[in-house]
Design a protein around this ligand. Structure first.
Ligand SMILES: Cc1cc2nc3c(=O)[nH]c(=O)nc-3n(C[C@H](O)[C@H](O)[C@H](O)COP(=O)(O)OP(=O)(O)OC[C@H]3O[C@@H](n4cnc5c(N)ncnc54)[C@H](O)[C@@H]3O)c2cc1C
Length: 343
C-alpha cells in the first residue's frame, strides 16, 4: 500500500491540502471505507483549528499508544496516520510524546509545512544575509565557552558580554557538561536522479506496509526544480532507523515497487547517513527547556523545544529575549554591537 499525503511546498502551493481534504491512496484502499476517510478528514480539520494550548493540555503518552486509544479505525492508523507521523517525527516506532505528535499533525493539517527553495541551507543563509556584513563567521570551531569568552580552534579566544550556544545537542553537552543530552533518531537520506520523473506528481509517498527500508519518498524536483541537476528529475527518499547494509540497492528495489517503474537506470547522487539526526522527544517531553543557564550564558536549539527547525527558531527567540533583557536592551537590538553566537 502506498498512502499519498500531499507534500506542502513553497514552490508547490497548489498541491497543499486543505485541512478538510481527505488524503488519497494510490492503490487499494489503505485508508478504509468512505466513512473512515470522512472521519479522518473531519479529525484533521478539528486538529488544524484546535488552539495549540488545548493540544498541549491533552494527556501525554507515547504517540503509538495515544493513537490506539482515540477510537480511530486501525486501518486508518496503519494505512495513513502511523506512516505520516513516522515521517513527520522521524520516529518509526512512534515513541514520541503524543503532544509533539499532535503539534506535528496540527501543522500538517493546517497546510503550513514547506520545503525551503534551494535546500535546507537556504533558511540560515537568508537569515545571515539580513545582518550587517561581518556579523556571522562560519567555519570556526568553538572548543570552550564561558560567560565572557569563547575559545575557538582557529582564532583563539574571543571576549564577549554574553554567549548563546546554538549547536546540536551532543556538542552542547560537551561544551556545557551537565546539560542533558537526549537520545536520537538516525536518518538516512538518498538522492537519485533520472531523465524523466516517475508519474506521481508532487506528492509524498508514504510506505504504509513497511515493505522495504524507505519510509517516505517524493519527486522533489517537481516541488523545487532548483535542487535537481539541469534537465534531470530528482527523487529524494528517507530511511528511518538503522539502515540495511547495502542501503542503496535495497532502496532502489523498494522505490521500483513504490513508483511502479524500473530504477535500474537511476543514478545515485548522494547517500547521507546521520546517526544523531533528530533528538528523540519521548514522553514526558518538556517543550520549553530553560535557555537561560545564568546571566551571560544561554543555550538554544531543537533540543530545547521540539526537534524541528521551528522548535530551534522558537528556542532561539526565547534565548535572545532573555539576553536582551539581561543586557538591559529588551525591545531594541544594538546592531553595531552584535552578540557572539557559537553556531
Ligand atoms: C536528514 C534530516 C532531515 C530533517 N528534516 C527536517 C524537516 O523536514 N523539517 C524540520 O523541521 N526539521 C527537519 N530536521 C531537523 C532539523 O534539521 C533540526 O531540528 C534543526 O536543524 C535544528 O537546528 P539547530 O539550530 O538546533 O541545530 P543544527 O541545525 O544542528 O545547527 C547546529 C550548528 O552548530 C554548529 N556546530 C556544532 N558544533 C560546533 C562547534 N564546536 N563550534 C561551532 N559550531 C558548531 C554546526 O556546524 C551547526 O551549524 C531534519 C534533520 C535531518 C538530519
Amino acid at each position: 500500500r502506498r498512502a499519498r499525503g500531499a507534500l506542502h511546498a513553497v514552490r508547490a502551493l497548489a498541491s497543499a491540502p486543505r485541512a478538510s481534504a481527505v488524503p488519497r491512496a494510490r492503490t487499494g484502499a489503505p485508508l478504509g471505507t468512505a466513512v473512515d476517510q470522512a472521519r479522518l478528514g473531519a479529525a484533521l480539520a478539528r486538529l488544524a483549528s484546535a488552539p495549540v494550548e488545548r493540544l498541549l493540555n491533552r494527556p501525554e503518552a507515547p504517540a503509538a499508544q495515544a493513537l490506539a486509544e482515540r477510537g480511530i479505525p486501525p486501518r486508518t492508523i496503519e494505512g495513513f496516520l502511523r506512516p505520516l507521523l513516522a515521517a513527520l517525527l522521524y520516529d518509526p516506532e512512534l515513541t514520541t510524546s503524543s503532544r509533539c505528535a499532535d503539534l506535528a499533525l496540527h501543522a500538517f493539517a493546517g497546510g503550513r509545512l514547506c520545503l525551503p527553495e534551494g535546500g535546507a541551507d537556504a533558511l540560515p543563509e537568508l537569515l545571515a544575509r539580513s545582518l550587517p556584513p561581518g556579523t556571522v563567521h562560519t567555519g570556526v570551531r568553538v572548543t570552550s565557552i564561558a560567560t565572557t569568552a569563547v575559545t575557538t580552534a582557529e582564532h583563539g579566544e574571543i571576549r564577549c558580554r554574553a554567549v548563546l550556544l546554538a549547536t546540536d545537542a551532543r556538542t552542547a553537552g560537551e561544551l556545557l557538561p551537565g546539560l542533558r543530552v537526549p537520545g536520537f533518531h538516525p536518518v538516512t537520506v538518498l538522492h537519485h536522479t533520472m531523465d524523466e520523473a516517475p508519474d506521481t506528481g508532487a506528492s509524498l509517498l508514504l510506505d504504509a506496509d513497511r515493505s522495504g527500508p524507505v519510509a517516505h519518498t517524493a519527486v522533489i524536483s517537481l516541488v523545487d526544480p532548483s535542487r535537481a541537476p539541469a534537465g534531470r528529475a530528482l527523487v529524494t527518499s528517507t530511511v528511518l532507523g538503522t539502515p540495511p547494509p547495502d542501503v542503496d540497492t535495497a532502496v532502489r528495489m523498494h522505490l521500483a515497487r513504490l513508483y511502479g517503474t524500473s530504477t535500474a537506470r537511476w543514478e545515485t547522487l548522494a547517500v547521507h547517513h546521520t546517526p544523531e539526526a533528530v533528538p528523540a522527544m519521548t514522553a514526558p517531553h518538556d517543550l520549553r527547556r530553560p535557555v537561560r543557564l545564568l546571566a551571560g550564558l544561554y543555550v538554544c536549539g531543537d533540543h530545547r523545544d521540539t526537534s524541528t527547525v521551528q522548535g530551534a527558531l522558537h528556542s532561539a527567540r526565547r534565548a535572545t529575549t532573555a539576553i536582551l533583557t539581561d543586557l538591559g536592551a529588551a525591545g531594541s537590538l544594538n546592531r553595531s554591537e552584535p552578540l557572539r553566537t557559537a553556531a
